[in-house]
Every structure is written in C-alpha cells, then in structure tokens.
Design a protein around this ligand. Structure first.
Ligand code: GLN
Length: 488
C-alpha cells in the first residue's frame, strides 16, 4: 500500500470517502510525520487534541454520507491567518502566544468544506521577507537541502508540503510569498486575483496586495483547495469582490490547443541564472508540444516594480502595524515610565529588524514632505505596470517566465543585505502590483539539484486557465511528484 503521505488530496479524498481510512487515522499519520520532522522548523504550533477532534467530526460527517469537498483532508495554515483553536503569531514576537477570538474567513471556509487543521506554519515576520529567515522564532530549512532557505514568506507552508508533512497548506502572497517558496521547494502554488479570497482575519501586511492561496503538490490539488477559498465576503472585507465562488477543478482538462503563451523579454535578461533559464526553456517547449504557441511580449516596467513595491508595501505596512502598540493585544514592555515610553518600548521589543526597517521606510514615504515624490509617484507607476499587462494580454492568454532569478540560496547568504533580498522579487512583484493571478509550477531541477518553478500569470479571473495549463503540463511531466532525497 502506498503511504498516506504520498497520496494526493484527491486520492486521499477517495480513500476517505470509501472509508478505507478514517480522518482520525489520516490526521494521526501526518501528525506523527510533523513531529518527526520538527527539525525543519516548518510548524510553529500543533495541537493533537484539537486536530483529532476536528478529524472525529469529519469522520462523523463521512459516516452520514456528507460529501463536502475537503471532508477529512488534513491541511495546515500559514501563521498569518488567525485561528481560534491555535495561537496566531504572524511569525512575530509581538504576537507570541496570541489567541484570536475568531477564525479568518479562509480558515472557516476550508473548515466548513471539511478540512482538518493540523497546525500553524512558520513564516517571515508579518510576511515580510523572501527566505523565512525573518521569523522571530526560528528558521525553516528547505527539505531539499537543509543548508538552504525554503523561500518566503510562506516558507513553512512550502517546506511542509515538500516534506510531505501535510498534503496541502495555505499561504499568502503580497509580492510573491506563495509563488517564490513554492518554486524553491518544488511544490505548486497559486495566488488568485486580488479580491477573490477574503482578507478577513489575515494579519495585514500591505492591504492592497495581500492575497491568500493554496500550496500543494499539483495543480489539481490546488484547484480543489482554491475553489473552497474564494468567494465574496462583502461584509467583512471591503476589497472582497462580488463574484461567486468557482469550481476550478472543472476546467482542468479543457483543451489548451492554440493557447497563446506570452514570454516577456524582460523576464529573461542578464539577472536570470543559466540553470533556471534552461529549466524554463525546456518547460516552454513542452507547452508547445502540448499545443500551445509562444508569443514574444514585453513588460517594459518590470524593473520599476521593485522600487514601486518597496514604497507601497512598506507604506501600507507602517499604517497596518500601528495597531500593535502594546495596549489592546500583543507584546507589552514590562517596564516603562509613561504611555509614550510604553508604546516605544513595546514596539522596540516586539518587532524584528526587517519589520522596523519597513515601518521606517513606510512612514518616511508617507510623510508630508515626501508623499508626492515617493508614494504618489509609486502609485502612478503601479497603474502603468497594470496597463502594460493589459497591452500584453491583447497578444496572449497566459504569461510564462521564471518565478525567481535563482534556485534557493543558502541560509545566511542574504541576511545582511536587505536589498539583495528585494531584488530577488523582481519577477513576482509585477503581477502583485497589478492584482493579477499568478502561479508557480515545478519544472525542473537546477544547480545543487534544487527545484525550479515556472511562473504563470493570467489576466483577472483567469485562475482556471492557469490551473488548466499547469494540469496539462503535470500530466506529461513528473517534476511535481519528485521529492527531496535528503528527507527530514
Ligand atoms: N518578498 C516580498 C517582501 O518581502 C514579498 C513578501 C510577501 O509576498 N508576503 O515583501
């Protein structure tokens, strides 16, 4: 018999529905793996009694013949989503031990679809970072090579799925945090169109960019999860789109004959490592064999997406993070002289260096004297970047390119150089700024035998198209089912 952890979500679902295995047995199996792989640092919290209680409830529903789409399937949440039953920290000392009185909308949607939560996943503090080294608690190791980073900020989610500690996980993507760790760990991940998944209960980083999405081994499994994660939440998220949930599994097998794949020249310039380029080139040829055609396109403001993002995201973060003042919740300094001193000390002690850096940048670009020069200018260019995509989508249906310029780097390589980290976001930021759906699909192994992800970007609401192309690709390749040899 194949081990439970080698099954896809869909295969597990079939076994659960046929009552060949119970949800409790499934949860126990994965919880044991999580415990055995603690050294990876992927999880920040587990709670056996909570998970088994949810699994028992799922078993009861299964016994009644309930056919909720995720019934009994184990998942885990990035610790950016607030959860009633597990602590929610956002990877920050500021929220260490914090317990939310409610569940994020995405968490409750997945729970009502029947998913069983196995715990909370490590991430960069307040989702700020590209390597998960900004977690206040500990580093996450890449299961493919434990001397390397898993990417970030959803590094715990990617590492957990890659090491088969859980078949799927949630992540959030503000400037690439689903796509880049998926690429670094050889898993599949998708960030939907901005506004499709509710941001209610997602601890805010940059509200105009933050989006939730699934990470799993295949496009098929991502489709299953994404269908349960999307949908309007108009009363609780003012940017939620009034667009009904969709069943993304339905279009997976649609024909891709004649599909026009746009290849942006700017994504294949000097900064792209040769091993990554080779894997992407091969994957694009495979897409051609599958019936798609390649079209040259241009996204002329790609480079500008870095300064634009690193103005807008910190600006929003500086405002969002002002709520952490030591008064209502979160860390409060033990000793202080007056209210001002309490604010200062609580924030100085609670936030890590990268978060402080961004609060300072954000406060600066929003300040009276600099608002026009930085923030307003960045907003204008953001619009132009979005317009460039609309020009490109006149020529193509889907855009393809690398997710990141290199494979996963070694732990510590970029910790002293924030700008080096920011530069590595170049290919994921444009779609984020435009609010477009983006995906990472494993397409090969590069230097050090490390996974390479191909990025697919679609026009607004084209998630189904991205999953459809990725699914076809995964029918004829096996990169998504490879697993790290140096396992936990
Ligand atoms: N690496 C980017 C940053 O540091 C993106 C993070 C994210 O998407 N949450 O901001």
């Amino acid at each position: 018999m194949t081990d439970l952890h080698d099954l896809s979500l869909l295969q597990l679902r079939a076994k659960l529905a046929a009552r060949e295995v119970s949800a409790v047995e499934t949860a126990q199996h994965f919880l044991a793996r999580i415990e055995a792989a603690a050294s990876l640092g992927a999880f920040l919290a587990t709670d056996t009694s909570v998970s088994l209680m949810q699994a028992r409830a799922a078993d009861e529903r299964l016994a009644r013949g309930d056919n909720a789409p995720l019934l009994g399937l184990p998942i885990a949440h990035k610790d950016i989503f607030v959860t009633r039953d597990f602590p929610s920290t956002a990877g920050s000392k500021m929220l260490a031990g914090y317990c939310s009185p409610f569940d994020a909308t995405v968490v409750s949607q997945l729970a009502s679809a029947g998913a069983v939560t196995l715990g909370k996943l490590n991430c960069d503090e307040f989702a700020m970072g590209s390597s998960s080294e900004n977690s206040a608690f500990r580093n996450v190791l890449n299961p493919w090579d434990k001397t390397r980073v898993p990417g970030g900020s959803s590094g715990g989610s990617a590492a957990a799925v890659a090491a088969r500690l859980v078949p799927a996980a949630t992540g959030t993507d503000t400037g690439g945090s689903i796509r880049q760790p998926a690429s670094f760990c050889g898993v599949t991940g998708i960030k939907p169109t901005y506004g499709r998944a509710s941001r209610y209960g997602m601890i805010a980083f940059a509200s105009s960019l933050d989006q939730a999405g699934p990470m799993a081994r295949s496009a098929e499994d991502c489709a299953l999860l994404l269908s349960a994660m999307c949908g309007p939440d108009l009363d609780r998220d003012s940017t939620s789109l009034d667009r009904p949930a969709e069943d993304f599994s339905r279009s997976l097998n649609d024909s891709i004959a004649g599909l026009r794949i746009g290849v942006p020249a700017e994504f294949f310039g000097d900064g792209l490592a040769a091993d990554v380029r080779a894997a992407i080139d091969t994957a694009l040829k495979e897409c051609q064999r599958l019936g798609a055609q390649l079209v040259e396109i241009t996204l002329p403001r790609t480079e500008l997406s870095i300064p634009v993002y690193y103005i807008i995201a910190p600006a929003e973060a500086s405002s969002n993070l002002s709520r952490f003042d030591g008064v209502k919740f979160g860390h409060r300094a033990a000793q202080y002289t007056d209210l001002q001193d309490m604010y200062k000390k609580s924030r100085a002690e609670g936030f890590g260096d990268e978060v402080k850096r961004r609060i300072m940048i954000g406060t600066y670009v929003l300040s009276h004297g600099y608002y026009d020069a930085y923030y307003l200018q960045a907003q204008k260019i953001r619009r132009m970047i979005a317009d460039d995509f609309q020009q490109a989508f006149k020529l193509c249906d889907v855009i393809a390119g690398p997710v990141a310029p290199t494979v996963a780097w070694h732990l510590g390589d970029k910790t002293d150089d924030p700008v080096a980290n920011y530069l590595a976001d170049i290919f994921t930021l444009p779609a984020s700024l435009a609010g477009l759906p983006g995906m990472s699909v494993p397409v090969g192994l590069g230097s050090g035998n490390m996974p390479v992800g191909m990025q697919l970007i679609g026009n607004y609401f084209a998630e189904g198209r991205l999953l459809n192309l990725a699914h076809h690709f995964q029918q004829v390749t096996d990169w998504h089912s490879r697993q790290p040899v140096r396992m936990a």
